[in-house]
Design a protein around this ligand. Structure first.
Ligand code: PLP
Length: 395
């Protein structure tokens, strides 16, 4: 018998698995070129050449025992953490050192580490809908309670009045994700400033620490020169979770880091707790070879022009067909208003044209669907006539 908690988790994750299997089934039936699978956020741009070069060089040059060994500190290699800190300081004018960086097993690993470090059972974590659905499981892993702020469908910037209302003396953390999955929206500097002042005010009112966790796997994926504010500069109690899954197209390698600044409340203990959490969650340390790889590739980025071409083609194509959506400023998702209230029915209809979409209710925002455009350009172009047939049904 599996645990009651896992029974629920297994039941809830079956929808995602079913979608994945459906994509494979349709591809076998109709040929992959006739299936438009927009369901997964798996980058399809190869990692920069420098990643391969770094791996080859490391394998050839480094002592293999050390390279594949446990790291001395669960936080990761000191030289890697120092290099990450210096790179952030150069880019954002921050003042981090190796001590502020914990290397993690991607953003997912980092979020689990920090939530394990911070949450007592019953503690509340606030998220802004629409949000990455896995947050619910991550918070539940540590018996926390997820509290949703309702979506602001006008522009998908967070509702700060509602944030203020929903903060209680049990609020331990607020998670933000910008550039955002699933909307592609980048939270403006004005939004961040106002959010910071709400959090400051509520911390003072309750005499508590409210940590702002900035989940930023899409930081480097911002288009048209849009600035993505670095949140530690606006609110002292910010913890950053970064990932190389999208920025270097390395999702399967499971590498990222947490930044826990000295300015964050009780930072020494939070850093110590994050390092112990890394160990006792069973990660032990982030993958050692990949730590060295990212150190060698700190100035590298994925090919943004690839995603940008997809973004323009899909956004313009769908708008011409009458679909409503906000032009994404970052990440690689389009969040489209369903032409009918029941967006799951719309997804089922789209599937008849071999178009696979994710219902917005998976992100706490029914009435919308997510299209992941990290697919080939041909897939985008070939899907548009199918979207046209789909749109005609709703005219
Ligand atoms: N957070 C968000 C918003 C994501 O979209 C994803 C992955 O798609 C993750 C976290 C997890 O990413 P990682 O591969 O770094 O664990």
């Amino acid at each position: 018998m599996i645990s009651k908690k896992m029974e629920n988790m297994v039941a809830n994750s079956s929808a995602i698995r079913a979608m994945f299997e459906e994509g494979n089934r349709l591809a076998k039936l109709y040929g992959p070129e006739n299936v438009f699978d927009f369901s997964l956020g798996n980058p399809n741009v190869p990692a920069p050449e420098a990643v391969k070069d770094a791996i080859v060089e490391l394998l050839n040059e480094e002592d293999p025992v050390a390279l594949h060994g446990y790291t001395n500190s669960n936080a990761g290699y000191e030289d890697v953490r120092q290099a990450v800190a210096e790179s952030l300081n150069k880019r954002f004018g921050t003042g981090f050192s190796a001590n502020n960086i914990t290397m993690t097993v991607g953003a997912a690993g980092g979020l689990n580490v920090i939530l394990k470090a911070l949450l007592n059972p019953g503690d509340e974590v606030i998220v802004f809908a629409p949000y990455f659905g896995e947050y619910r499981s991550y918070v539940d892993n540590y018996d926390g309670v997820l509290v949703e702020v309702s979506p602001n469908t006008e522009n998908f910037q967070p509702r700060l009045d509602e944030l203020e209302e929903k903060i209680t003396d049990r609020t331990r953390a607020v998670i933000v994700n910008t550039p955002n999955n699933p909307t592609g929206v980048v939270y403006s500097e004005d939004t961040i400033r106002k959010m910071a002042s709400v959090l400051e005010k509520k911390q003072a009112e309750y005499g508590t620490d409210i940590y702002l966790i900035s989940d930023e796997p899409y930081r480097e994926l911002a288009y048209d020169g849009v600035e993505v504010p670095y949140l530690t500069k606006y609110y002292a109690n910010t913890i950053v979770g970064y990932s190389y899954s999208k920025s270097l197209s390395l999702p399967g390698e499971r590498i990222g880091y947490l930044v826990i600044p000295d300015d964050a409340s009780d930072s020494e203990n939070v850093i110590a707790a994050a390092n112990v959490a890394t160990r006792i969650l069973g990660f032990v340390n982030a993958p050692t070879l990949q730590q060295k790889v990212v150190k060698a590739c700190l100035d590298e980025k994925t090919d943004l022009s690839f995603y940008n071409r997809n973004r323009e083609a899909l956004y313009n194509g769908l708008r011409e067909l009458g679909f409503e959506c906000i032009k994404p400023e970052g990440a690689f998702y389009l969040f489209v208003k369903s032409p009918v209230e029941d967006e799951k029915a719309f997804c089922a209809e789209a599937k008849k044209y071999n178009i696979l979409l994710v219902p917005g209710s998976s992100f706490g925002c029914p009435g919308y669907v997510r299209i992941a455009y990290c697919v080939s350009y041909e897939t985008i172009i070939n899907s548009l006539p199918k979207f046209a047939e789909l749109a005609a049904e709703y005219k």
